[in-house]
Design a protein around this ligand. Structure first.
Ligand SMILES: [Zn+2]
Length: 315
């Protein structure tokens, strides 16, 4: 059973909310766009691999997008699969064209010649996750659970090459479609070797309880000031920022689209970028209109609760 499903990662949600609100000449805009594109590519890759891993959901306990804190350090894993005889970590990697794993130097080289070394080497990365999870299980009185890992190459058309020990690498790296059967094979090997059965559901529930939401302080990372972000409601059709408030909705001055609820995305942006509450006056400023009554109506309809003491609307 899948007990935690993947959502769009919060850092990506933030970047997608910030980028259209910055001036085109904002100094670090292109860097942020690259960051967003990389995260988007990763997210698509994870979803592709999820499609295959779903085949295991009827047998094992699957927890997607796991972030656990151990000794003050957080580590994130794309997938933690609790099997009957072991826990499996599956990390999705999304690359175009061709990738070369150099097993001796522990480097990943992309076909365009870029070297991703050190911690970016997928095996090193997932070994660190394995170590982290081991520590976590140890701290929760589950010290003897074997943890195995796989690196899933998301795109079936990506060519995987190996410089070095191809046989060893092929045991843990494969295209996403192959991973479920590799896990089943591993389970069989462990069962044949007499590895005792695990309470996979119980372990899964414990991990789920301790999962935190992976996040990054994008605002601070890029040194963004509140005044750098343009307020306004974005047109869902042509992406113009600054729809006009008209009777019972919003109208785009560029493409003419009328929308009843285009402001909802803008409010979500506010909450994810700033804080989980808003004042009436802030709402009017952020959505760019001038009516206290309408602000009250929109915020109430959004499902917020009014706190009379502080005169704020809470999520
Ligand atoms: Zn428009």
């Amino acid at each position: 059973m899948k007990i935690r499903t993947r959502k769009k990662p919060r850092p990506l949600v933030k970047l997608d909310a910030i980028i259209p609100r910055l001036a085109p000449n904002y100094p670090r805009l292109s860097e942020m766009k690259q960051d967003a594109a990389k995260r988007q590519r990763g997210y698509i890759g994870e979803k592709k691999v999820d499609y295959y891993l779903d085949n295991l959901a009827s047998r094992y306990t699957i927890i997607q997008d796991v972030c656990l804190q151990v000794n003050g350090k957080a580590s994130q894993s794309d997938n933690v699969i609790c099997g009957k005889h072991a826990i499996y970590l599956v990390e999705a990697k999304h690359f175009k064209d061709k990738i070369i794993f150099n097993t001796n130097l522990r480097q990943l080289i992309r076909s365009d010649g870029t070297i991703e070394s050190g911690f970016e080497y997928p095996i090193t990365q997932i070994e660190n996750q394995q170590f982290h999870l081991q520590n976590y299980l140890f701290q929760h009185n589950m010290p003897d659970i074997p943890i195995h890992y796989f690196v899933a190459i998301a795109d079936p058309s990506t060519i995987i090459e190996v410089a070095g020990d191809e046989k060893e690498l092929a045991k843990v790296v494969a295209h996403g479609a192959r991973i479920p059967s590799m896990i089943l094979e591993k389970e069989q090997v462990l069962a044949d070797a007499g590895q005792k059965q695990l309470p996979d559901w119980k372990i899964g529930k414990q991990i789920l309880r301790d999962c935190i939401e992976y996040d990054r302080d994008i605002i601070r990372q890029y040194g963004i000031q509140l005044r750098d972000l343009s307020p306004g409601v974005m047109c869902p059709e042509c992406r113009l920022l600054g729809m006009q408030r008209v009777y019972k909705g919003w109208k785009c001055v560029k493409c003419g689209l009328f929308s009843i609820d285009a402001h909802k995305t803008a409010l979500e942006d506010f909450f994810i970028l700033f804080r989980p509450y808003i004042r009436n006056s802030e709402c009017m400023k952020w959505l760019r209109f001038d009516s206290k009554n309408i602000a009250t109506k929109l915020l109430r309809d959004f499902g917020l609760n009014y706190d009379e003491n502080y005169r704020i609307w809470r999520l």
